[in-house]
Design a protein around this ligand. Structure first.
Ligand SMILES: Cc1cc2nc3c(=O)[nH]c(=O)nc-3n(C[C@H](O)[C@H](O)[C@H](O)COP(=O)(O)OP(=O)(O)OC[C@H]3O[C@@H](n4cnc5c(N)ncnc54)[C@H](O)[C@@H]3O)c2cc1C
Length: 527
């Protein structure tokens, strides 16, 4: 009997010892791999042009979260999750200051999100300009639409700036956290094991190919994302391009306001990006723009666009064309259509895009980050990938009311603001301008939606159809005629044809009735 007891005890002790040995061996292998992956030598050190932080601060050399891309979304997310105590490894293709014509006007709603994230100082010391609203121009008339900021601190307003300066400030701030490691490298693929994303493969600045592992990978690689394909069904629409110029030595007719000219064929924007520079973005419908190299673009800007530019800006606009620093960017829209995948999430433009006319992209990205931070807060252990994925499906529903209001408004307003030979569309554009010029709730409502201060889907729907009904009313008064009735009917059906497909793509249920979606109520996994 004693022999049997000793035998069982021996077996038990040996198994325990074997298990402990195997466990430690595995940990050892993982740690070696981790230190190779997140090793000190792979880091880019801070220099004047680059921002980087070494890995010694990343305990154990492993990350809880890998973030791909340190643009607006990635940099803000890195700081946010780092501040929450997560070990974050950010891999960014180019850590030097970006020089782009995107993401230069942050709406006040986005600024409020920046405050919630503790990143509001990133718009200081970069010569950012406060923005208090918009001025709309149409065929010689203009109207001013102020953001309804009365209820907020004086500091709350829109901000416009050089995008690269803003991003660099956020990268620097993220890099001050000891548990955030910012590294220059190009992610080439996601590492997937049996349907779960375990990390990424990337190429360092030195050309070394490295695999990094983490329980959660968040892909923020922007509008041209190569990695989104396996994580969503991208349906990218490219209705137009923006042509960017910088105007110098001039003042906007309405200081500290964005200016939108309802031009022909499509809108022209102006807003300050520093105390001495005004960004001009000219929308060119379609996917092709006139060639810059053979002078077609300069000719187009001089002959088609310049005559529509407000007189105060005219000479500076011509001087900017002569200077020749003309940039272009495709304007893309893509509804969020994720494939919930254990171990991975998409964020920012890689996940969801809208026409940049209303400057809503950064506000949506920052609002998503606030939501994601709150959802991840109660979870200590991110390792149970499928339970976490199930829980994070609520993210896709909870974000909808804000994101789809901003997305839908951008798409609908772009269509309404474009010139058209169709008399019904002309009436709608005219009605929209006049409706906004009425002031009071007629301008406060739409501008609250646009600014991200009150992005409610129902309010958007009601204002959009109120514009259409206002247009029909104007047509029929004082005396309706069969021709006017017909035009009115076409205006209404045209308005529906603009907004309903956008709402359908956003998801009617998630947008208007998110509380009826089961994922809305998913509880955080128990730790
Ligand atoms: C013409 C135009 C004007 C716009 N104007 C405004 C505006 O005024 N206001 C506003 O709110 N929004 C605006 N937007 C939208 C706004 O720019 C985006 O919503 C915002 O930049 C999205 O941030 P992001 O982090 O997703 O992408 P990005 O800011 O583009 O960042 C993506 C990052 O990922 C990096 N990256 C890409 N691939 C890889 C890879 N394989 N490995 C590692 N890193 C990688 C890139 O280098 C980049 O740093 C505009 C868009 C356009 C097209």
């Amino acid at each position: 009997m004693v022999m049997i007891d000793q035998y069982i005890f021996g077996c038990f002790a040996a198994s325990l010892f074997g298990f402990a040995l195997l466990y430690n061996l595995r940990r050892g292998i993982k740690r070696t791999r981790g230190s190779k992956v997140a090793g000190k030598d792979d880091c880019i050190k801070t220099s004047s042009a680059e921002v980087a932080v070494g890995s010694p601060q990343v305990s154990g050399g492993e990350a809880d979260i890998i973030i791909v891309g340190a643009g607006v979304a990635g940099a803000a997310l890195a700081y946010t999750l780092g501040k929450e105590g997560r070990r974050v490894h950010v891999i960014e293709r180019d850590l030097t200051e970006p020089d782009r014509i995107v993401g230069e006007l942050l709406q006040p709603g986005g600024y409020l999100k920046l405050i919630e994230l503790g990143l509001e100082d990133c718009v200081r010391e970069i010569d950012a300009q406060q923005v208090f609203g918009y001025a709309l121009y149409k065929e010689g008339k203009d109207t001013k639409l102020s953001y309804p900021l009365e209820k907020f601190d004086a500091d709350v307003s829109g901000r416009s700036f050089h995008n690269g300066r803003f991003i660099q400030r956020m990268r620097e701030k993220a890099a001050t956290l000891s548990n955030v490691r910012l590294e220059q490298g190009t992610v080439t693929s996601l590492v997937e094991v049996e349907g779960t994303v375990r990390g990424v493969q990337y190429k360092t600045k030195q050309g070394e190919v490295i695999t990094a592992y983490a329980p959660l990978t968040i892909v923020c690689d922007g509008c041209f994302s190569n990695l989104r394909r396996s994580l969503c069904s991208p349906q990218v629409d490219n209705p137009s391009c923006f042509v960017g110029l910088i105007l110098e030595n001039c003042d906007l007719p309405h200081a500290n306001h964005g200016h939108v000219v309802l031009g022909d064929p499509s809108p022209i924007l102006f807003y300050p990006i520093s105390s001495t520079e005004i960004r001009c973005l000219v929308d060119v419908p379609g996917q092709k723009v006139p060639s810059i190299s053979n002078g077609e673009m300069a000719n187009y800007l001089k002959t088609v666009v310049a005559p529509q530019v407000p007189p105060q800006l005219h000479s500076s606009f011509l001087a900017a064309i002569e200077k020749g620093n003309i940039r272009t960017m495709p304007n893309r829209s893509m509804p969020a259509n994720p494939h919930p995948t254990p171990g991975a999430l998409l964020l920012g433009d890689a996940f969801n895009m809208r026409h940049p006319l209303t400057g809503g992209g950064m506000t949506v990205a920052l609002s998503d980050i606030v939501l994601l931070r709150n959802l991840l807060k109660p979870i200590d252990d991110l390792h149970d990938a499928s339970t976490l994925c199930n829980y994070l499906e609520s993210f896709y529903t909870l974000r909808k009311p804000v994101a789809s209001t901003i997305n839908t408004l951008a798409g609908a307003l772009y269509k309404v603001f474009c010139a058209s030979p169709d008399p019904a569309r002309k009436e709608m554009r005219e009605a929209c301008f006049d409706y906004l010029s009425l002031g009071g709730i007629f301008s406060d409502g739409p501008i609250s939606l646009l600014s991200g201060l009150n992005p409610r889907p129902l309010s958007l729907f009601l204002h959009f159809f109120a514009v259409a009904v206002y247009g029909v009313g104007r047509l029929l008064l004082p005396y309706p005629s069969p021709k006017k009735l017909w035009l009115g009917a076409r205006l209404l059906s045209g308005a529906s044809g603009i907004i309903l497909p956008i709402i359908k793509a956003e998801g009617v249920r998630q947008m208007f009735f998110p509380a009826t979606v089961p994922a809305y109520y998913r509880a955080a996994p128990a730790n």
